[in-house]
Write a protein that binds this ligand. Structure first.
Ligand SMILES: [Zn+2]
Ligand SMILES: [Zn+2]
Length: 468
């Protein structure tokens, strides 16, 4: 009690125990110069509600109502005032939507029907053409345009991109963009919708799509596109483009056209796209410190038209170019450049020289996530126990230990890593960055906070203690 009344310690305790400020509502990526305003993003009114304050159906009803009021008769430029209902953070509905799994499985099973339909050269040609055409629509449409606004285009080409992208049967462009913007905002944290680090490879590759909590579209996160009636129409009839293209394949080449031309290419597109969510966060090299597990993988880049340069992309998300070196093949970007010669797309964003040279300073969010990873390499409970035994054996009090812990970075308390040790560990763990000192300082601060908390508040007894 006497200890707690000490002014210095009280300040330290206040710092340790003070509730953390909630992060500002930021539906888009703001790191590395990718600001919402600069990219033409709207700033929607976001009202976060406690978890579970709406049931699933009520949430959808509320959203539809807001949307109808907003775009009825309105121009495309009119921005929506959509109330976000914090859908992505709702863990209440973590069950699988089995009815939606069925068509997905049927598309896969349908590929086997080639045994009966036969395989014609015409159907194989359709399969190849549809794969590359729709892969372009996925990377240039779903991803670089609708999720990141990495370039500008006309309303007509915007619709063509959306239609072609949706013909790959990966849900609506608005759904895709909301999930992807959410992914960048929470990459490889517990809130990420598809993080191999937290949920495993299979979940991040495919299973996450079928969980009810990921089904709804938080239109506040795509208010810049939800104001276009034609995109909302595609959102409501999301399978229509896929059905239309499937019908066209059947008309051109009969059953082989449908099975080989459409189904085979659709399944290949599924898994090529999904590999970016799963494998591109597991296998490959990290050129940039991004605070997440994104990697550059040349093999993935080849069959996804450039999407495999995923670490580059996480480092500078608003860029239309994802291969940052001349040898990093990025076919989507080459196609976009070719389209820009004809005035079909324009204002292609590219990374600034500082980013290309990896000389940029990191954003505060990336620094914090990276510092957390560094601090996580050391066990605060072990350090606290070592300090406690030092306190028992020496003249030092817990208060002295705490104050020294906080103010003397050079002091060698048992098991507490020095700044040099943290720096050396950081150099081993992370790619080159100008912000390494900031990361190390913050990691030490976090470690001191954790150890300090354990020193003044003993950990609760675990029920797992062995019974005598
Ligand atoms: Zn990613
Ligand atoms: Zn992205």
């Amino acid at each position: 009690m006497k200890l707690l009344q000490t002014a210095g310690l009280a300040n330290l305790l206040r710092k340790i125990c003070a509730p953390r400020k909630l992060p500002q509502s930021a539906p888009y990526c703001f790191d590395h110069g990718c600001t919402g305003k600069a990219s033409g993003f709207a700033t929607p009114r976001l009202v976060y509600r406690p978890r579970g304050s709406f049931c699933h159906t009520a949430r959808n009803a509320r959203q539809d109502q807001d949307l109808t009021i907003s775009w009825r008769g309105g121009r495309a430029s009119k921005q929506l005032a959509i109330v976000s209902t914090n859908i992505d953070l709702d863990q209440q509905h973590d069950d699988i939507m089995y009815p939606q799994v069925l068509p997905f499985l049927l598309v896969h099973a349908g590929c086997v029907a080639a045994i009966w339909s036969g395989v014609s050269w015409q159907a194989i040609l359709i399969c190849v053409l549809l794969y590359w055409l729709r892969m372009f629509a996925i990377t240039a449409g779903y991803h670089r345009y609708f999720s990141h606004r990495a370039y500008s285009t006309s309303r007509t080409f915007q619709f063509i991109l959306a239609f072609l992208a949706q013909s790959s049967a990966q849900k609506s462009v608005l759904w895709w963009a909301t999930k992807h913007r959410h992914h960048h905002l929470h990459s490889d944290t517990e809130q990420d919708v598809h993080s191999p680090r937290h949920k495993g490879l299979v979940y991040s590759h495919v299973s996450w799509i079928f969980y009810r909590q990921h089904d709804a579209t938080d239109l506040a996160k795509v208010s810049d596109f939800a104001s276009y009636p034609e995109l909302m129409w595609l959102h409501r009839f999301e399978v229509l483009p896929a059905v239309a293209v499937a019908g066209l394949c059947f008309l051109i080449a009969g059953w082989p056209g449908l099975v080989v031309g459409f189904l085979w290419s659709t399944v290949l597109l599924y898994h090529a796209t999904f590999c970016i969510n799963s494998l591109a966060h597991v296998h490959g090299r990290k050129r940039y410190v991004t605070g997440d597990d994104s990697r550059n993988n040349w093999l993935l880049a080849l069959f996804t038209m450039g999407e495999g340069w995923h670490n580059n992309h996480h480092a500078y998300q608003s860029s239309a170019q994802q291969g940052f070196r001349w040898w990093e093949i990025d076919v989507t970007y080459y196609a976009l450049v070719a389209l820009s010669w004809f005035g079909i797309v324009w204002d292609l964003k590219v990374p600034p020289t500082q980013v290309l040279r990896n000389e940029q300073r990191l954003g505060s969010r990336v620094i914090r996530r990276t510092a957390e990873q560094l601090a996580g390499r050391f066990n605060p409970e072990y350090i606290a126990l070592a300090i406690k035994s030092l306190v028992r054996e020496s003249e030092l009090s817990v208060r002295d230990a705490l104050l020294l812990l906080q103010h003397r970075a050079d002091l060698r308390l048992p098991s507490m890593p020095t700044r040099e040790q943290l720096l050396s560990e950081a150099q081993n763990m992370f790619a080159k960055t100008r912000s390494l000192d900031d990361i190390v300082d913050l990691a030490r601060e976090l470690l001191v906070e954790s150890v300090g908390l354990l020193l003044v508040v003993p950990p609760p007894l675990t029920s797992a203690s062995p019974k005598s």
